[in-house]
Ligand binder design. Structure first.
Ligand code: HEM
Length: 157
C-alpha cells in the first residue's frame, strides 16, 4: 500500500469524502476503531508532535477517548461523539478545533506518519485501508493553518 501524501497548498480547495462503512466493518466496528485510535495516540505520544497534546497522561487519555468517538462516527458508526459544535457542520467544526493550534505541513506529515504506522499494523484489505487513508490524507490538509516557503525543502521523498 502506498499511503501517498500530497502537499498542502494554501487556499486550494480540498475534496475529501468520509471513509466507507466497509472500513468501519473491516476494522471491527466500534471496538476495533477504538483499538486503532488508541494505538494511533500511543504512537503520537512518542512522536515529534507529542508537544501539541497534553503531557499529563490522564488528560492525554481524555483526548484519546474523545478522538476515538469522533472517528467512530465519521466512519459511519453510531453517533457517539459528544461535540461542542452547537449544531455547526461537523467537518467545519473539526477544522475550527485545530485553529487553536499552530499546525504546519511538517506537523501534518508527522501526524499522518503516526496514522500510517497504526494502519500498517492492521490486517485488513489494502483497498479498504486506502479508503480510510484517503480521508485522513485529504482532511488533514484542512487542519494546516501555518504556511511557509517550502521551495528549498521537500519532505516528500
Ligand atoms: C484527518 C485529520 C484529523 C482529524 C479527523 C482530527 C480529529 C481531531 C479530533 C476529533 C479532535 C478532538 C476534538 C474535540 O475536542 O472534541 C482533535 C484534536 C486535536 N488535534 Fe486533530 N485531527 C486531524 C489532524 C490533526 C493534525 C494533522 C494535527 C497536527 C498536530 C492535529 C492535532 C490536534 C490537536 C493538538 C488536538 C487537541 C488535543 C487537545 O484536546 O488538547 N490533528 N483532532
Amino acid at each position: 500500500m502506498s499511503f501517498e501524501i500530497t502537499r498542502t497548498i494554501q487556499d486550494e480547495k480540498v475534496n475529501f469524502k468520509h471513509p466507507s462503512p466497509r472500513f468501519f466493518e473491516a476494522i471491527g466496528g466500534e471496538e476495533g476503531m477504538q483499538k486503532l485510535m488508541y494505538r494511533f495516540y500511543d504512537i503520537i505520544y512518542e512522536s515529534d508532535i507529542h508537544n501539541f497534546f497534553p503531557q499529563d497522561r490522564e488528560e492525554f487519555d481524555k483526548v484519546k477517548v474523545k478522538n476515538s468517538k469522533f472517528f467512530i462516527q465519521v466512519c459511519g458508526g453510531p453517533k457517539v461523539y459528544e461535540d461542542e459544535s452547537g449544531g455547526m457542520d461537523l467537518d467545519e467544526y473539526m477544522i475550527r478545533v485545530h485553529d487553536d493550534f499552530t499546525i504546519d505541513e511538517n506537523a501534518r506529515i508527522e501526524w499522518l506518519g503516526c496514522m500510517r504506522k497504526a494502519l500498517e499494523e492492521q490486517e485488513i484489505d489494502e483497498e479498504i485501508k486506502e479508503d480510510f487513508w484517503n480521508y485522513v490524507e485529504a482532511f488533514s490538509k484542512l487542519t494546516v493553518n501555518k504556511f511557509r516557503n517550502l521551495q528549498s525543502f521537500n519532505p516528500y521523498h
